[in-house]
Unconditional design. Structure first.
Length: 141
């Protein structure tokens, strides 16, 4: 129960931060990605503060034997760069560039009630499920 409450709070805080920073505004995101057109560099500050906060806080957090609400840390176990990583990264970037959303802001934008956000998130879910089924047929059973 405690994990669920903390997860809801963290997700809501993250969504509010995305909305306040402009990450849920597709035209702002596409403007940031348009380096050779009407480039809008303001999202650099959003990403910069996010990276700096993570970099600084992880130095302290990972010194603990475990997180506050879990019995262990869930960290990546591999550093391999393979075709799945490259392909997934390319698809992520293409989708982000075409529409202006990545998964977090897309989910946060559902609160605006725009049909385009619902279509994007539906496609995201269908793509995620399809990937799981195609890459691991046992997962579909």
């Amino acid at each position: 129960m405690k994990n669920g409450i903390v997860s809801i709070f963290a997700g809501a805080l993250f969504g509010i931060g995305l909305a306040l920073s402009g990450m849920t505004d597709t035209s702002k995101v596409i403007g940031f990605l348009d380096l050779f057109g009407a480039w809008d560099p303001t999202l650099i500050f959003v990403m910069g503060f996010g990276v700096a906060t993570t970099f600084l806080s992880f130095k302290f957090i990972l010194r603990s034997p475990h997180p506050l609400i879990s019995d262990r840390f869930y960290l990546p176990t591999t550093t391999d760069i393979d075709y799945r990583l490259i392909t997934g990264s390319a698809l992520f970037g293409i989708g982000w560039g075409l529409y202006g959303y990545c998964p977090g802001p897309a989910i946060a934008s559902l609160t605006y009630g725009q049909s385009s956000s619902f279509i994007f998130v539906t496609a995201l879910v269908v793509g995620s499920i399809s990937q799981r089924v195609l890459m691991d047929p046992k997962a579909s059973s």
